[in-house]
Design a protein around this ligand. Structure first.
Ligand SMILES: [Zn+2]
Length: 544
C-alpha cells in the first residue's frame, strides 16, 4: 500500500473539522486527517512525507465551466495573436511567420485571437505571409475569419458560394470574388472541417492538462466537449486508457439549438457515457446554448435593447417543449443539462423549463447548470435555488471597465448594468453557487484573482493597470463563500461531493498548496499569492 503523510496548514472545507495540521493518504485516498503526531503513528515506516511547512493546503480546486480542448489548441495548435495585445497587423505577421517556421510540416495554419478594428484587411495580407498553404485568421470570439487564397480554395468559397450566403457574411471585391473575409454561418460551417487528427487532439489535451494542474485545478468541467471537434471525447478516452490523464474532466456533451429529437440525443450521450466515460474523463450531461453575449448584442434579454426597440437579442435554444424533454430524459439517465444563459430572458426561459420538467420527474435536485448569468431578476434568483439549479457565476467578469461599461449601458440601460453579475444574492437565496472562468474563451483561469474579484468586484492593479472600477459591490461575498464556489459546490454540481471538494476521510487525496491564507490574509496579499504544489491522488503532479 502506498502511504503519504501531508503536512502543512490544512483548510479542509469540512465543517466538522475546518482546520488540521496533517493528513495521511493511503492509495490515493484520505485515511486520516488531524495532528502530525497521530498521522505519523498511524502511517507505516515506509510512508512518504510531503512537508509544506507553514504553507496552506486546500482541497484541489475545481472549475465549473471551461473548454479544455480549445485551450490546448490555442496553446500549441494555432498561432496565438493575443500575444500582440491590441490589433497590430505588423506584429500579427511576425507571430504567424514564427509559428509557420516552428511547424513547417503542417498542411494548414490557423491564427487565433485576431481583434478586428477599422483597418480593413483582405486575403492579399495573408497571401503575402503564406502563399502556398491554407492560412486562416480567427477572431477570439470565433464569429469572423479571414482566409488566404489557398484557404478559400480549400473551403470551396467562390463567387457562387458568396452569392448563396449573401455578401454580408461572405465579403466580395468589385468583381464579385470573395475577398477573404467571412462571418457567422460560413465560419461555423468551416470550423468543424479543419483537418485535425485524433493524435493532434490528444496533444492539445495534454498541454491543457499541464496548464490546469500548474494553475492549481485538480478537476474541471468541459462545457461542451464536442464543440470544437466531434472527436475530442474519444481523444480524452484514449488518453485515459493510456494512463496519461491526471486531471479529472466532467463533461457535458454539445446539443444543437432546438435539437430535432431530444430523447434520441440523450440516448446518444448515454451511449457515449457507457462506452468512453471513465474515472478521469466522465460524462455528466448535455450542454446547450440559449443565447449569445450582451457585448455582441446577442444576449437574450428580458426587455428590448435600449438602442434597438423591438429586439431583445438572439434566442438560440428557445423551444420550451424540447427543452423540457431534454431535461426530463437527462434526469432518467441521472444526468443534467448545462446551458449558456447570459441574458435575463434566457435564464427566465430555462427556469420555466426546469420547473415544468420537475413536475414530470419530481426531482428537485437535478443540478441543471445555468452559466454566465449577466443579468438576473430577483424572482429568478429565488427560482434558481427552489429548482435545485446551479448558478455558475464569473467573478472575473464583475469589474467595471471604462469603455466596455458605457457600451453595456447603451444596450441595457444604467440600472441593469449597475446590477450585473449577482453572486451574494444567489448565496442568500440558498443556491449552490459555483465559480467559472470560461477559459480560454475568457483569458483568465485563476484561483487568487477569482477570490480577489469576488470580494472587491474589481481587478488587482496588475491586471489592467488600475483602470477598472468596482461594480455592483453589494454582491461581494466572503472568502469562505469563494472557496466553497471553487471546491465543494463544484463537486456537488457533478454529483461528486462524496469523493472530492473537501479534505475528509475517504475522499480522493486531491490538494492545492498556496503560500497564502485565503481565509484571513489581507486581500492585497491574496492577489500576490503563489502556488506551491498541486497533488492528485496523493501524488505531487506539479511543484513550483
Ligand atoms: Zn463557455
Amino acid at each position: 500500500m502506498k502511504q503519504t503523510i501531508v503536512l502543512g496548514n490544512i483548510i479542509t472545507m469540512d465543517e466538522k473539522r475546518p482546520f488540521a495540521r496533517a493528513a495521511l493518504v493511503k492509495d490515493g485516498v484520505f485515511a486520516y486527517i488531524g495532528s502530525a503526531e497521530e498521522a505519523k503513528k498511524l502511517a507505516g515506516a515506509d510512508a512518504k512525507v510531503l512537508d509544506y511547512g507553514e504553507n496552506f493546503i486546500y482541497p484541489g480546486f475545481l472549475e465549473s465551466h471551461c473548454h479544455g480542448h480549445l485551450a490546448g489548441l490555442r496553446f500549441i495548435g494555432q498561432a496565438d495573436l493575443m500575444q500582440a495585445g491590441l490589433t497590430d497587423y505588423a506584429k500579427y505577421r511576425e507571430i504567424i511567420k514564427e509559428f509557420i517556421a516552428k511547424n513547417p510540416k503542417r498542411e494548414f495554419y490557423v491564427a487565433a485571437g485576431w481583434i478586428e478594428n477599422d483597418e480593413y484587411v483582405t486575403k492579399a495580407y495573408l497571401d503575402e505571409i503564406c502563399p502556398d498553404k491554407p492560412l486562416l485568421l480567427q477572431t477570439g470570439g470565433g464569429h469572423s475569419m479571414l482566409l488566404n487564397t489557398k484557404a478559400l480554395e480549400w473551403a470551396g468559397i467562390d463567387a457562387a458560394y458568396a452569392k448563396k450566403y449573401g455578401y454580408d457574411q461572405v465579403h466580395v471585391d468589385e468583381n464579385g470574388e470573395p475577398d477573404g473575409y467571412i462571418c457567422e454561418g460560413p465560419v461555423f460551417e468551416i470550423v468543424p472541417k479543419l483537418p485535425t487528427t485524433i493524435e493532434d487532439i490528444k496533444e492539445y489535451l495534454l498541454a491543457w492538462q499541464d496548464f490546469a494542474l500548474r494553475s492549481g485545478f485538480t478537476a474541471v468541467c468541459d462545457a461542451g466537449a464536442e464543440i470544437v471537434h466531434r472527436d475530442a471525447p474519444r481523444a480524452y478516452h484514449e488518453l485515459e486508457v493510456e494512463g496519461k490523464l491526471k486531471l479529472r474532466t466532467y463533461a457535458y456533451m454539445y446539443v444543437l439549438d432546438n435539437i430535432e429529437n431530444p430523447k434520441a440525443e440523450i440516448a446518444r450521450i448515454a451511449a457515449q457515457r457507457a462506452t468512453i466515460s471513465g474515472e478521469y474523463f466522465h460524462i455528466v450531461g448535455a450542454k446547450a446554448f440559449l443565447d449569445g453575449v450582451t457585448e455582441a448584442h446577442t444576449g437574450w434579454q428580458n426587455q428590448d435593447y435600449a438602442d434597438e426597440p423591438g429586439y431583445h437579442g438572439v434566442e438560440r435554444f428557445n423551444d420550451h417543449d424540447k427543452m423540457v424533454e431534454l431535461i426530463t430524459e437527462a434526469d432518467k439517465e441521472g444526468m443534467s443539462v448545462h446551458v449558456h444563459s447570459e441574458g435575463g430572458g434566457a435564464t427566465h426561459f430555462m427556469l420555466g423549463c426546469i420547473e415544468d420538467a420537475e413536475k414530470i420527474t419530481g426531482n428537485k435536485d437535478q443540478r441543471n447548470v445555468l452559466a454566465h448569468l449577466h443579468f438576473v431578476t430577483e424572482e429568478d434568483i429565488h427560482r434558481m435555488a427552489e429548482t435545485g439549479s446551479v448558478p455558475a457565476v464569473p467573478p472575473l467578469w464583475t469589474a467595471k471597465i471604462p469603455g466596455h461599461y458605457e457600451i453595456e449601458v447603451s444596450y441595457v440601460g444604467e440600472e441593469l448594468a449597475a446590477n450585473a453579475y449577482p453572486i451574494k444574492s444567489f448565496y442568500d437565496a440558498g443556491a449552490n453557487v459555483v465559480f467559472h472562468s470560461d477559459y480560454p474563451v475568457s483569458p483568465m483561469m485563476n484561483v487568487k484573482y477569482s477570490i480577489y474579484t469576488a470580494e472587491k468586484r474589481s481587478y488587482p492593479k496588475e491586471v489592467l493597470g488600475g483602470i477598472d472600477l468596482p461594480n455592483n459591490e453589494k454582491e461581494a461575498i466572503t472568502r469562505e463563500q469563494s472557496l466553497r464556489a471553487m471546491t465543494i459546490n463544484v463537486a456537488r454540481q457533478w454529483r461528486q461531493e462524496h469523493r472530492m471538494g473537501s479534505i475528509e476521510f475517504g475522499k480522493l487525496a486531491n490538494m492545492t498548496v498556496f503560500d497564502c491564507d485565503f481565509l484571513h490574509d489581507d486581500i492585497e496579499k491574496v492577489a500576490q499569492a503563489n502556488i506551491v504544489a498541486t497533488i492528485v491522488d496523493g501524488e505531487e503532479v506539479y511543484k513550483a
